[in-house]
Structures are given as C-alpha cells and as structure tokens.
Design a protein around this ligand. Structure first.
Ligand code: 13P
Length: 252
C-alpha cells in the first residue's frame, strides 16, 4: 500500500521569521498524525530555520527547485548537495511555474531529476497540461511527453527516488481543481507508463500526487480515488491550521 504524501509548496512566501512562526503553530496540530507523510517546501532562505524546527519530527523538507550541476559559476542557482546539506530529503522539479515563467524545458527537468537522485534526494517531478491543451484533446500527449522526457535515461528507479505530481496548469491557483475522476484518470495513465518504463511492481509503489486548488473541502474526494496518493498544495498550505486540516483529512 502506498503511503499518502501531503506536500506544502510555499512558493515565494514567508521570511525566515514567518517560517519559524508557521512551524511552531503547525507542529502541535499534526503531532498525532502518523499515517501520512507531510513534507514542507519553503523557499531556500527558510530551509535552515525549518530544518532545525522539524529535526526531531516526522516532517520532511523539500527544496522548490535545484540545479543539476554540483557547483559552478551559476549565479542564483542551488545544487543538490546544498539542498541535502540544508536538511532536504526531496526537491520539487519541473513545477509549471518554472516551466512557464523561467523557460525550463523537459531536458532541464531530466537533468535535475537525475542529479537529485544521484544526491539521495527524492525527485518530486511535476507534469501538467494547459487549459488549451486539455480543450484540444492533447492532455495525454503532453503528459506522456513530459513523463518520458523527464525520466529519459533512467533505467531503474524506486519509490524513495521519485514522486510524480500531476498539476494541471488550469487548476493551479484557479479555484477550479480537477475532478477526482479527471485526476484519477490521468494518474492511472501515468502509472501505466511507469509500468512500461520500469516494472509493474515499481509503478504500483511510486506515489502520484495531485496538485491544483486543493482545499479542506476537496481533498478527501480526490484521495478516495485509487490512483491519487496525496496532494501538492499551494495556497491552502500557507496557513498552518488550514494545512493541518488538510493533513488530518488525508489521514482519515
Ligand atoms: P494551488 O494549491 O495554490 O492551486 O497551487 C498548487 C501548486 O502549484 C502546488 O505546487
């Protein structure tokens, strides 16, 4: 059975001070929840503060992006080893905001995924179609391309190395989430591809989380479907009590 994962992507929110306040409020609210994996992805500047506060808890820490090189003249970039050293166990890769606003292509995503895995970080690899692509019946093509390109050249993988995140771009921050049926359909197809790429057993073990306008109201219905193994939460994770409610719903 796949353990559910709830990942809170803070995006570009919260100073280090605000991050500390968040964690102090959040911890007591989820301390009795053991059945789901909770992972927080604060901005790089708050990783140290959050890492120190969650050190003796089960909460995981993720970077929001990573460069594939180990070091170099790459102003503004952060390496996999730097994330690991900052207390991260995982990293979000290929978020649509990076693909769309920072021109990150499938090849960059692939290099980042490989580098993350090589440095013992779980790659949380995001895929997702635009509204137009869905309207034109291109969802399957787009997601297949992103998945195959993102995992190109990787012969073996396991559930500690990869979490897939399906984030339809039209659902992010829009207040219109994918329906549980839509999400489950896509997840089932992604899992089938994973089975072809690797093995059926591997495909069954890898978690595929959904992201896009998750709220306390819709999380349970999404998780009630067989292929949705958790959530990648944006706006609704920024308030600790709200995110704690989402985590509790996922645990029930
Ligand atoms: P929202 O939950 O704000 O729609 O964002 C989803 C997301 O992009 C998480 O990575």
């Amino acid at each position: 059975m796949r353990r559910r994962a709830l990942i809170g992507n803070w995006k570009m929110h919260k100073t280090a001070d605000e991050a500390g306040t968040y964690i102090r409020e959040f911890l007591p609210l989820i301390q009795n929840i053991a059945s789901v994996d909770v992972i927080l992805a604060p901005p790089f500047t708050s990783l140290h503060v959050v890492a120190a506060l969650v050190k003796d808890t089960s909460i995981g820490l993720a970077g929001q992006d990573v460069h594939w090189d180990s070091q170099g003249a790459l102003t503004g970039e952060v390496s996999p080893a730097m994330l690991y050293d900052s207390g991260c166990q995982s990293v979000i890769i290929g978020h649509s905001e990076r693909r769309q606003m920072f021109h990150e292509d499938d090849n960059a995503v692939n290099r980042k995924v490989k580098a993350a895995i090589a440095h013992h970080l779980t790659a949380i690899m995001c895929v997702g179609e635009t509204r137009e692509e869905r309207a034109n019946g291109k969802t399957s093509d787009v997601l297949t391309r992103q998945l195959l390109a993102g995992l190109a050249g990787i012969d073996a993988i396991d559930d500690t190395q990869l979490v897939l995140a399906y984030e339809p771009i039209w659902a992010i921050g829009s207040g219109t989430p994918a329906t549980p049926t839509q999400a489950n359909e896509v997840h089932a197809e992604l899992r089938e591809h994973l089975g072809t790429l690797f093995t059926t057993a591997i495909a069954k073990s890898i978690r595929i989380v959904y992201g896009g306008s998750i709220t306390t109201e819709n999380i349970q219905a999404l998780l009630a479907t067989p292929h949705v193994d958790g959530g990648l939460v944006g706006g609704a994770c920024l308030d600790p009590s709200n995110f704690a409610r989402i985590v509790s719903s996922a645990a029930n």
